[in-house]
Design a binder for this molecule. Structure first.
Ligand SMILES: NC(=O)N[C@@H](CC(=O)O)C(=O)O
Length: 438
């Protein structure tokens, strides 16, 4: 299978041709057109070529909640969003806390064949926060787990967190923390502030996140390990991460598209589409998260794609599940909020949505390498984006099994046109290719 991407914009350089064959980038520039032979030609005029996007934070719901998402449906949504790899969170049923479950998820991803699905292993057995899960067995399994998280739950016991941080050092792993002090957020429904007071909904204070972030960067420093802060949502968390990095602490941090774009004002309609964990915060927090992403304090954009069924979402606010879908809109949100506003270049987008997440997840080398530069000899994981295309989000047309996107009717600038996984198109002309298997 050969594809010639004609006249695409490589990051920071002149437009050029890129030839993909046998799963790798075989030629760039004049060589590419010369060697193209019978390759299928794609007109890349006006398109930006990015290394295939990598999500460190996807909920695929399989095993257990296949009515909300499966590995196959989530893989299709990911490909449409420009992703070639996603990390699947462990809060499934059963929980991904054993080698058996993570191997199952890995294999389902390979069978679906649209993206590489890298399973995240749970930190604690059953996400209960009491006893360390079999981290070593998951790391040594066929799934080669390197990212460990109880996401959805906070590892709140400092002794357990310390042990996890110490343990993952043996195999160069990372603990990805969902920073939420449980006592400070008991019964909480939305950000604690003026809007929660006016709506009469129980508030979720910023300090509930910040106190855990502060503790964990100090623990990471103490044991000399890596910690990754998931979905940073407050200005104070950005400040703490900035402080920790200045001290040389091995902390990385994530922003979600929704914390870059939406505020707690959206709760005023009591529409549970805007109910998410951590909650949407204030305009000042959104600005701090954007500034943190722009200055490198925040390393990556992770979707926190959290699909939920209509039954779990289409109900009164207090009863609804936390979470929103994100795979199919992430690039458009980042493009609209950060690139169109001049705060990130497309090279920055490649960094925060591909290169750095691949490095943090330790999937930047080996036979399933992602986040590699677009260079001769590298795996042909490529995403083509039209940076000026304007489009309106229509969740009813999403490939995800679930419909709980907060962006229905929103107009975005910047759209994924094609995605290639090891040289094989998974998306062309903005639509899924028919072929389902490698
Ligand atoms: N981010 C979310 O709002 N939801 C996540 C887990 C979580 O509660 O963090 C989910 O799995 O649905």
């Amino acid at each position: 299978m050969r594809h010639l991407l004609r006249g695409v914009a490589p990051l920071g350089g002149e437009r050029t041709d890129v030839l993909l064959a046998d799963g790798v980038i075989v030629a760039i520039g004049a060589d590419a057109s010369r060697e193209a032979g019978s390759a299928t030609v794609l007109d890349g005029d006006g398109l930006v070529a990015l290394p295939g996007l990598v999500d460190l934070h996807t909920h695929l719901r399989e095993p257990g909640r296949e009515d909300a998402e499966t590995v196959a449906s989530g893989s299709r949504a990911a490909a449409l969003g420009g992703y070639t790899a996603v990390h699947a969170m462990a809060n499934t049923s059963p929980v991904a806390d054993t080698a058996g479950v993570v191997e199952q998820v890995w294999r389902l991803g390979q069978d679906a064949g649209r993206v590489d699905v890298f399973p995240v292993g749970a930190v604690s057995v059953g996400l209960r926060g009491e006893q360390l899960a079999e981290l070593g067995a998951m790391a040594q399994s066929a799934a080669r787990v390197r990212v460990f998280s109880d996401d959805g739950m906070c590892v709140h016991d400092p002794v357990l967190m310390r042990r996890a941080l110490e343990y993952v050092k043996a195999f160069d792993g990372v603990v990805a923390q969902h920073a939420q002090e449980p006592r400070l957020t008991q019964g909480a429904q939305m950000h604690e502030g003026i809007v929660s007071a006016e709506l009469g909904l129980a508030g979720w204070p910023a300090v509930a996140e910040e106190s855990i972030v502060a503790r964990d960067v100090l623990l990471a420093q103490h044991v000399g390990s890596r910690v990754h802060v998931l979905h940073v949502s407050t200005a104070g968390s950005v400040e703490i991460v900035r402080w920790a990095k200045a001290r040389g602490i091995a902390v990385t941090a994530e922003a979600t598209p929704h914390h870059l774009s939406l505020t707690d004002e959206r709760a005023r309609g009591y529409d549970p589409l805007f109910k998410v964990n951590p909650p949407l915060r204030t305009a000042e927090d959104v600005e701090a998260v954007r500034a943190g992403l722009a200055d490198g304090t925040i390393d990556v954009v992770g979707t926190d794609h959290a699909p939920h069924t209509r039954e779990d979402k289409d109900c009164e606010w207090a009863a609804a599940a936390f979470g929103m879908t994100g795979l199919e809109t992430a690039l458009g949100i980042v493009s609209t909020t950060m690139v169109a506003t001049g705060r990130l270049t497309w090279a920055d987008v490649a960094r925060v949505m591909s290169t750095t997440p691949a490095r943090i997840g330790r999937v930047a080398s080996g036979p399933h390498a992602h986040g590699r530069p677009l260079a001769v000899g590298e795996p042909a994981n490529v995403t083509l984006v039209d940076p000026t295309a304007r489009w309106t989000v229509d969740p009813s047309r999403h490939a995800s099994t679930s419909r709980n996107s907060p962006y229905g009717g929103t107009e975005l600038t910047g759209r994924v046109i094609a995605t290639f996984l090891r040289g094989r198109p998974t998306v062309l002309d903005g639509a899924l290719t028919e072929e389902e298997h490698a």
